[in-house]
Design a binder for this molecule. Structure first.
Ligand SMILES: [Zn+2]
Length: 160
């Protein structure tokens, strides 16, 4: 269970800083090495936190270009459910009951994947995976080190 105290609020603050710096629209606790089920998000200038999110139901199909702060600079067209009903809790312990569609639905699915230990690459088609391998190898050869920081607005590393 996630306990909301001063240290937790500080952690949340730090996560927002990391997310906005990237820049990204969501950041899940496991991405910063915290093995708890919550994530921060801000996809429409309304920052939020959801604790213990559960997907109650999902419907339809939608395709979005998706990237991940954990694999900076790479993006793929990925098909996922178009709408879903999610429950969880906010920082004050109030129950959240959210009907999500469009971009919000995509952000939540991506972040819930992180909580479940599912990587973005697990959603790629075989062709996308082959392209990803080549792109990742190029990155390593050019840098001989860790992956570079995300580059805002750069199209150099985009696969599509
Ligand atoms: Zn991610």
């Amino acid at each position: 269970m996630t306990r909301v105290d001063g240290a937790f609020v500080k952690l949340i603050d730090d996560m927002f800083v990391t997310m906005y710096d990237a820049p990204g629209v969501g950041l899940a606790a496991p991405q910063i090495g915290v093995q708890q089920r919550f994530f921060v998000f801000d996809y429409d200038d309304e920052p939020g936190v959801i604790i213990n999110p559960t997907i109650v139901e999902s419907r339809g199909e939608a395709e979005f270009t998706e990237g991940c702060l954990s694999v900076p600079g790479l993006h793929w067209e990925i098909i996922r459910p178009a709408e879903m009903h999610v429950t969880g809790f906010d920082l004050d312990g109030r129950e959240l009951n959210l009907e999500l569609d469009d971009f919000a639905c995509r952000v939540f699915q991506h972040e819930i994947d992180h909580l479940d230990g599912v990587l973005l690459v697990e959603h790629l088609t075989k062709e996308q995976l082959d392209e990803a391998r080549v792109a990742l190898m190029d990155l390593r050869m050019n840098n001989a080190g860790p992956l570079p920081e995300p580059e805002v607005g750069s199209s150099r590393l985009r696969l599509r």
